[in-house]
Design a protein around this ligand. Sequence first.
Ligand code: CUA
Length: 338
Amino acid sequence: MTPRSRVPAYGIRVATGVVILLCLGGCSDGAPSVLDPRSASAARIADLWWWMLGVSSVVLLVVVGMIAYAIVRGRRRTEEEARGRVPWGEPFIIIAGIVVSGIVLLVFFVVSLQTMRALAEPSEDPELTIEVVAHDWWWEARYPNGGVTANEIHIPAGEPVRLELTTADVIHSFWVPQLGPKMDMIPGRTNELVLEADDPGRYRGQCAEYCGLQHANMILFVVAQEPDAFDDWMDHEAQPAEEPTSDLSRRGREVFLGSTCAACHTIRGTPAEGALGPDLTHLASRETLAAGVLENDAGNLTLWIEAPQSVKPGATMPPTELSSDELGALVAYLSGLE
Ligand code: CUA
């Protein structure tokens, strides 16, 4: 193949790459983006990204411009140049290839370090500390008043909150793209992250460190509420479970306590004190099941109890063998745990 016939093939490859990138950009519709920041620290990260994109674009334009110049110039080079002797060739390579590139990389490095330092120093000291423990493949959140929940971290909007991040098993990484940086969750270590949301809202987060089969389904939501509403929520979360109000849900509680459920899950106010799975004391008040995989409704709850491995293969939740009457009662009980 002559060099000339390569040009269209190369052009096609570049065009395909651009189309794929545009398509991938389309995939992010509705998913959280670091370029849609909703907190001061996320805005800093987005600013850094745009700034780096700007500088990189200038570098790209200069390099592409020089390549174009070289192609045009190469066709009418002098005899001396054709023999490989370009008078200013060597100094140009040293200055443009090493000195200028080195300076650009050094500036990137210093600006990134500054951003990281700013992210580590919150403007005001957080009043509230929440312990977040990562598990294969869900998130546990423990509040200072004794409230415990899973996969949904409520915070007061407009106030910084300190998260103490650790893990019960392997390395995970806490990441809510619109609210701030990623932070690894490492066995035997507690890392801190200050989280803040400017406005009330529901912000999707994701485990950002590959942690096994269901890594992509290790989803969480940060729910930022007006401070008064948050205080009410936190008070409620510390309360024991509501007493069942119907015969069916009373029967469901018996099923829960008499089956394997109680060995892994806690429902505060009952003898169930299992610590392997999420605390279910206020399960019905959460919006999702299985760490963001299913909407929390009776149908999905039934599916999740009966066949968790069909929803989330590899999850530590085993299938629970119950008669359909028992299952119906259990779902009625759990659906009442507001
Ligand atoms: Cu947890 Cu990836």
